[in-house]
Design a protein around this ligand. Sequence first.
Ligand SMILES: [Zn+2]
Ligand SMILES: [Zn+2]
Length: 357
Amino acid sequence: MRAAVLEAYGEPLSIESVDAPALAPHGVVVDVEACGICRSDWHAWKGHGEWADDRVPLGQILGHEPAGRVARVGDRVETLAVGDRVAIPFNLGDGSCYQCRNGHGNVCEDGYALGFEPSVPGAFAERTHVPHAEFNAVTLPKGVSAEAVAALGCRYVTAFHALAHRADIDAGDWVAVHGCGGLGLAAVQIATALGARVIAIDVRDDPLELAIDLGAEETIDASELEDERTDVPGTIRTITDGGAHVSIDALGRAETCRNSLECLRIRGTHVQIGLTTAAERGEVSLPIDEMTRWDVTLVGSRGMPPSRYDELLRMIDSGALEPAKLVTRRVGLEDVSDRLAAMTEYETRGVEVVTEL
Ligand SMILES: [Zn+2]
Ligand SMILES: [Zn+2]
């Protein structure tokens, strides 16, 4: 089968003919119909993560945001059949550890990250394998397309879990979203659908216009402020008359992380969903005394447990959420490298999806 393989960091992915995935007794093989392209792919492609011993090894098939049809079913799998349409979470669990058994498969003690480690080759390929498929694969409602799921990607499920489960936002809350790439724009759309009032912050016009289309009530172009670091939190406190109830750093730069914490109102919640770059190497200095002084909560959030996908898929099926609206470009497997390169200078807008595998 055809697959896009990471052969050298920062160089075009190699389009190769590779062996079809082997089928585990607990797994299924899925014909990939669509797969999102994501900034996490860009980090892997660039070879980031070595400071955390988390660099994706060469030889990896990338691609972690797929949906498709079950093509082969392992001997021990009873609840899935050939032809079933499924979404595949990137944060795969073993289905048996304490966290998985208690509904937190996204943080499985022995989990896998699809498309980022050799045991789970990714979905920039004609077919991909889902281990522990009864636990991990999520059956799609009729009204939800493979492209909509690819558009969901990890960004959408990450934003949903962060807002609905980790921050537990209430209708009417002010939610600030720092960074309007795919992840931030997903947060804008979801927070709006959950009844929040959204402020979107970025340094580019285009994503801010898209944020308005997706429901943001206010936008802040930080490039127009004299000092991004001090003026962004101040502007948000003015708009919200005291600060945001919930603020999300969807970018992972030191500035956006600190701005997000400092724009909160008393007892506000900051959720970190953007991963840092080589500049921060996973660490950001934070105003910890202020957080203590004002009962501020800081939470991390990763992906979403497979068992809770149903909540999100029902909102898409009903039309309350429209992830397909975020798709700005559909490409073939051989175009993925170009689109990753475009991310280096933040040239992409919204969500780009591979639909020709
Ligand atoms: Zn587990
Ligand atoms: Zn992703």
